[in-house]
Design a protein around this ligand. Sequence first.
Ligand code: NAD
Length: 294
Amino acid sequence: IKKKGKKYGKIAHTIEQAAVLGAGIMGGGIAYQSAYKGVPILMKDIKEEAIAQGLEEAAKHFSKGVERGKMDTAKMAEGMSRIRPTLTYGDFGTVDAVIEAVVENPKVKKSVLAETEEKVSEKTILASNTSSISIDTLAADLKRPENFLGMHFFNPVHKMPLVEVIKGEKSSEEAVATIVDYAHRLGKTPIVVNDCPGFLVNRILFPYFFGFQQLITDGADFAKIDNVMEKFGWPMGPAYLSDVVGMDTSQHVEEVLAEGYPDRMAQDGTSSLDVMVENGRLGQKSGAGYYKYE
Ligand code: NAD
């Protein structure tokens, strides 16, 4: 872990204008954090409702800042104006970096990244916020894989300090240094990690989720497990954390890890996670997961 503010190497350019693809849980959070820290950001989604929700979330975070006396309403308006919502790639020609935060599906991500590469300048750095998919897999069809790497934020973005910066086989040192610099400017603690399915954190976190799901299959009560893990000292238990992450996203991550580590991460039968997804209980984002939300 590099000391706060310490440079990783020579940067390609400072990120003055960013863009994020996807205005969901993560895309919306990344847009807010960038705007809050003074870096203007385009927020693109394919759904108008998603954009409206992303903006609403950002406004909520800024409002909390006003309530706590951290900023006045003029600063809030200035912050919100740094998020430019869009349904098109119209202004992508001038952005310094694009962070892709669409669904955790290699096919979708590869097609979105290829499409984006056509719309940005040759210098633009493309980063994926993928939770688990190997950066080399995502880079396979890109024309400029040297400009591509992973920038993995954690949820909720405004609270979680860590950012994994994932260096693919072809990612340039300058691209890595530029994204490390951007992460520092966003007030985060970047760690540079090598590429593999699940990177570092999710190779630890998902076996924990597996253990939890096996207990549920064995008949355990999820709320009791949460209670125990809170008493153990963790800020929240695995059921609540699953609701925060989103069941569909977790299911995609589990698929990627099962393929990457078949000897350790493959599961037999249907897990509680599969049952949740089948029933549309995706967690906080759908109003219900293990728990219900207003
Ligand atoms: P989400 O379902 O909340 O949001 C995904 C958004 O992407 C949706 O709004 C969808 O409309 C949009 N989208 C789909 N296709 C698009 C396209 N072609 N162009 C633009 N937007 C498009 O998902 P999320 O939880 O924000 O996850 C996004 C990414 O972040 C995934 O790769 C996930 O693995 C990763 N991630 C998630 C978490 C988490 O806790 N949820 C944490 C870290 C990383």
